[in-house]
Design a protein around this ligand. Structure first.
Ligand SMILES: [Zn+2]
Length: 415
C-alpha cells in the first residue's frame, strides 16, 4: 500500500538553506568548513542548532559530552527512542554535507511529521553527535561511542590536541564533562537511523538517488618493517644483497595480486612507505610500509590476513631477512539490521526512488550503533565522489529525496 505523506511539498530550498546556514559556523576562506570538537565554531553551531530544534517543535537538551538531542515525545509511555542524526564535527577544511546533512535531514523530517501528523506514538529524537572524525584529538566516534558505551572518560584522560590542549580542558571550557548534564550512555534507544553523503561515486555513476547500506566494512591496518642490509650500490653483487626495497616490492606485488584474485569487494592499500637511508646509490637497509585492508566479511578478512602473513614469513626465510608485521588496528565488520533493511527497500520501491544496496567502505557513527541497537544507514550521491574537501557537493534534488525518504521511514517506525 502506498502512503502519500507529502503531496506537493517542496523541501529543496529549505534543505539547501539549512545546509548553508550550518556551514556558516566554521566557514573557511576556501569555502570549506572547519568545525573541530569543542572549538568556538563547534559550540556556536551546537547552540544555534539547539534553538533551531526548539523552533521545529522539539525539546532540546545536551548530554555531558556535548551531544545535542531534540526530542519529540511519543504518546506511548513505554516506547523506546527512535534516534536519527549524524555528527556535527568536520575534518580540517571539510565540506558542508558530511555529518551536517544527517542532522538537517532528521530535523526537517521530524518537523514535517509533527506538523502534519502531530504527536508520534513512539518518541523520535534528532541527534547532533559531538564528534566522529577524530580531527582535533587522536580519538574517533566520541559522540556515538559515548551514547553506546563504547567510549568513556577513561579513554580521554591523556589525550591532547596539536597545540597541547588536553581533551578534558577543551571539553570543560565548553561546559561539558562536569556532570552538569545527563550522562551520555543510553539504554532507551530502539534504533538508530543515519542519513549521510556517500563519499564515493557508486550512486552517481549508476544514477541512483539513494544508497541503502547492508554492511559496514571491517578494517585491519598493519605496519610492516623489512630489515635488510645497507650496502654499496656498485660493489655488492646481486646475489649477495639483502635489499629491503627489492623485497618490499615483491611483498606489495604479492598483496595486490592476491587482493584482485580473492574478491572484487576486497580493498587493499599500501599508502605509506619509508625507505632508509633513501639514497640513490645505496642499497636500502630498511623499509617500513603500511597495509590497509577492508572487507565486510570477517572470515574473508581473517583468511586473507593469515595467508599473506604466512607468505611474508616464507619470504623472510628465503632472503634471510627480518620482516616484522605489526597489526595495530582491527575493527570488525558491522551488519546493518535486516528488518530495517527490508523496510528500506519496501519504502524506496513504494516511492519509486531509484536505489542501490551497497557496502560502506567508511565507518560512520552507524558503525558504533550497529553493534548496540538495530541500525540503518543511507547514502545520497556525492558529486564526483569527493568529500572531506570544500568541493564536497550533493545536488539539492538528491538532498530533498533523501529527506522525503526519511519522512516515510520515520513515519513507518514511529506513527
Ligand atoms: Zn561523516
Amino acid at each position: 500500500m502506498t502512503v502519500h505523506l507529502l503531496g506537493p511539498i517542496q523541501l529543496e530550498e529549505e534543505v539547501e538553506r539549512l545546509i548553508e546556514w550550518l556551514a556558516t559556523f566554521g566557514k573557511t576562506e576556501k569555502g570549506g568548513v572547519t568545525r573541530l570538537l569543542y572549538s568556538e565554531q563547534w559550540l556556536s553551531a551546537q547552540e544555534a542548532l539547539k534553538e533551531k530544534m526548539e523552533e521545529c517543535g522539539l525539546a532540546p537538551y545536551f548530554d555531558d559530552v556535548g551531544n545535542l538531542f531534540g526530542r519529540a515525545e511519543g504518546s506511548s509511555p513505554s516506547s523506546k527512542t527512535i534516534l536519527t542524526g549524524s555528527h556535527i564535527d568536520t575534518v580540517i577544511e571539510g565540506g558542508k554535507y558530511d555529518g551536517a546533512y544527517g542532522i538537517i535531514a532528521g530535523l526537517l523530517a521530524t518537523h514535517y511529521l509533527l506538523k502534519r501528523f502531530g504527536t508520534p506514538k513512539k518518541t523520535i529524537e534528532v541527534v547532533s553527535l559531538c564528534e566522529e572524525e577524530g580531527s582535533r584529538f587522536p580519538l574517533t566516534f566520541w559522540g556515538s561511542g559515548s551514547v553506546t558505551g563504547r567510549r568513556s572518560f577513561k579513554h580521554i584522560q591523556k589525550i591532547v590536541d596539536s597545540k597541547g590542549i588536553s581533551f578534558v580542558q577543551a571539553m570543560n571550557e565548553c561546559g561539558f564533562g562536569q556532570e552538569r548534564f545527563r550522562q551520555p550512555f543510553r539504554n532507551d534507544i530502539q534504533c538508530f537511523i543515519e542519513l549521510h553523503i556517500e563519499q564515493g561515486s557508486v550512486l552517481e555513476k549508476k544514477k541512483k538517488s539513494l544508497g541503502i547500506v547492508s554492511d559496514i566494512v571491517g578494517q585491519r591496518r598493519y605496519q610492516v618493517k623489512v630489515v635488510g642490509e645497507s650496502n654499496h650500490a656498485g660493489t655488492t653483487p646481486m646475489p649477495c644483497r639483502k635489499d629491503a626495497v627489492a623485497i618490499t616490492s615483491e611483498l606489495i606485488t604479492y598483496l595486490m595480486k592476491q587482493a584482485k584474485q580473492v574478491c572484487d569487494q576486497l580493498r587493499v592499500t599500501v599508502g605509506k612507505i619509508k625507505v632508509e637511508p633513501n639514497v640513490p646509490n645505496v642499497i636500502a637497509g630498511e623499509v617500513v610500509f603500511t597495509i590497509d585492508i577492508r572487507h565486510h566479511e570477517e572470515e574473508l578478512l581473517e583468511q586473507f590476513c593469515s595467508t599473506f602473513s604466512r607468505h611474508f614469513k616464507n619470504v623472510s626465510a628465503q632472503y634471510n631477512v627480518d620482516i616484522l608485521l605489526n597489526e595495530w588496528l582491527n575493527v570488525k565488520p558491522v551488519k546493518m539490521d535486516q528488518q530495517l533493511l527490508r523496510l528500506s527497500k519496501e519504502i524506496a520501491e513504494e516511492q519509486n526512488l531509484s536505489h542501490e544496496i551497497l557496502v560502506s567502505g567508511a565507518g560512520h557513527d552507524s558503525q558504533m550503533f550497529g553493534t548496540y541497537c538495530p541500525t540503518a544507514l543511507f547514502f545520497v550521491p556525492s558529486h564526483n565522489g569527493i568529500s572531506h574537501s570544500p568541493k564536497e557537493y550533493t545536488a539539492a534534488a538528491y538532498l530533498e529525496s533523501g529527506v522525503k525518504f526519511l519522512i516515510h521511514y520515520l513515519y513507518r517506525l514511529a506513527y
